[in-house]
Design a protein around this ligand. Structure first.
Ligand code: NAD
Ligand code: ZN
Length: 391
């Protein structure tokens, strides 16, 4: 009998840049290692269709970039535009065409699949890339605030199935992540806002000073002042990155998912809304519910709770979605959250701004009161529900 522990080393690479397909920009080239000496790296590019529509020159810029740098990289197949958004993650059928394209491009394990887009494209192409040949190198070029602030640096790739968020997926470290800040200007107002829910989340868990800064710049962020906003996105990406590389449990083998504060409700609300509610919008709601619950259970001071709800409101999030009427269904998200990870229920929580903790028991009657308070209490309902958020 043998019983041996062993470790596998990964290298996580994160780059911040502007217009990475400008021929003079070296961010991508510097990451490509050829599979054999004096041969260009073989690359298959997948591009988020909505991103391509908003940046009509992007596809030709990628082709031109590859031409100019033909000694360093070679497009293994045409640049493929794939449908962006959560629908792409809806089950197995969307994955298969991507796998076929990887096969058609004759990629090997030393070749690169490059996914350019929002979190949904990064997740789905990432899953396909990690299945093909049991894993080809994946470069994620993140193009939304959410994927730049959070999901891009994650070591997960998941798609939705069986009525559950991210029910199928894999843990693996991407070859590299590039946050191309030049792409953010074309996001819709809702998608722009969405990523800041994750910035607020990481600040609440780890950095009271960062939260205070977000609070003080919330109006500028809501008005899409890019110079004000970019440093927050960068800091959030770096904090998520640091948590993964130094947190000692990147593949979530233990009982807790510390970065998933507010996510038990968020994942359930996304599903209940048939994914009309964006991930970031649902996270904002989930955070608001959890801090209000923490206040009710005397875990968190009232003033801290008010600051969090006030900040989310100032960023423009709506915190009174009609789905909160379905409190029983929403509460079933707690068990689904537990089941996804296994072991005892472990819900990330905050005991102060910037001070994370975990709780293992939720008083469901108290949580139900909190949910109903959010739906009925006009104090939280400072804004009408936007059409995009209606289920
Ligand atoms: N893998 C992980 O670790 C992880 C972590 C957090 C979230 N996620 C996942 O990420 C997804 C959410 O990502 P998201 O918020 O980026 O949403 P998204 O991918 O749905 O993108 C939002 C919309 O913006 C479009 N788009 C992308 N870039 C654009 C641009 N620059 N200009 C204009 N339109 C653009 C997309 O096509 C889409 O319609 C969820 O599925 C969530 O579960 C994954
Ligand atoms: Zn999230």
């Amino acid at each position: 009998m043998s019983d041996v522990e062993f470790t596998v080393k990964f290298r996580h690479r994160l780059r911040f840049t502007h217009n990475c397909f400008d021929p003079a920009n070296g961010a991508l080239l510097e990451l490509l290692e050829p599979s054999q000496e004096n041969t260009p790296a073989s690359v298959q590019v997948f591009l988020d269709e909505n991103l391509a529509r908003c940046h009509p020159n992007l596809q030709s810029n990628i082709e031109r970039f590859a031409d100019i740098h033909a000694g360093r990289m070679k497009l293994a197949g045409q640049v493929i535009c794939i449908k962006g958004g959560e629908e792409l993650k809806s089950g197995w059928s969307q994955l298969e065409p991507i796998l076929k394209l990887l096969d058609r491009a004759r990629l090997c394990r030393h070749s690169y699949a490059i996914a350019i887009g929002g979190g949904a494209v990064l997740d789905t192409v990432g899953l396909a890339a990690s299945l093909f040949h049991r894993g080809v190198r994946l470069i994620r070029i993140a193009s939304t605030t959410l994927s730049q602030a959070d999901s891009g640096v994650g070591v997960k790739n998941g798609i939705n199935a069986f009525g559950k968020k991210n029910a199928l997926g894999i843990f693996t470290c991407p070859w590299a992540v590039i946050n191309d800040e030049g792409l953010l200007s074309t996001l819709s107002e809702e998608d722009w806002r969405s990523g800041f829910a994750e910035v607020v989340k990481i600040a609440l868990l780890k950095d009271a000073g960062l939260f205070a800064e977000i609070e003080s710049r919330a109006d500028q962020i809501a008005q899409r002042n890019i110079e004000d906003a970019i440093p927050f996105i960068r800091q959030s990406a770096q904090m998520h990155f640091d948590h993964i590389v130094h947190g000692e449990d990147p593949f979530e083998l233990r009982h807790s998912r510390p970065l998933d504060f507010g996510h038990w409700a968020a994942h359930k609300l996304e599903k209940m809304s048939d994914f009309k509610l964006r991930h970031g919008e649902a996270v904002a709601l989930g955070i608001a519910l959890d801090v209000t619950y923490a206040k009710r259970m005397a875990l968190l001071q009232e003033e801290a709770c008010q600051r969090v709800v006030g900040c989310l409101n100032a960023l423009g999030f709506t915190l009174n979605h009609p789905l909160l009427r379905e409190s029983d269904e929403l509460l079933s998200g707690l068990e689904e959250f537990r089941e996804h990870l296994g072991g005892p229920l472990t819900v990330p929580m905050v005991r102060d701004i910037g001070a994370m903790t975990e709780i293992h028991d939720i008083d469901t009657s108290m949580m139900r009161e909190v949910i109903e308070q959010f739906f009925f209490d006009r104090g939280v309902m400072n804004k009408p529900v936007s059409a995009g958020q209606l289920s």
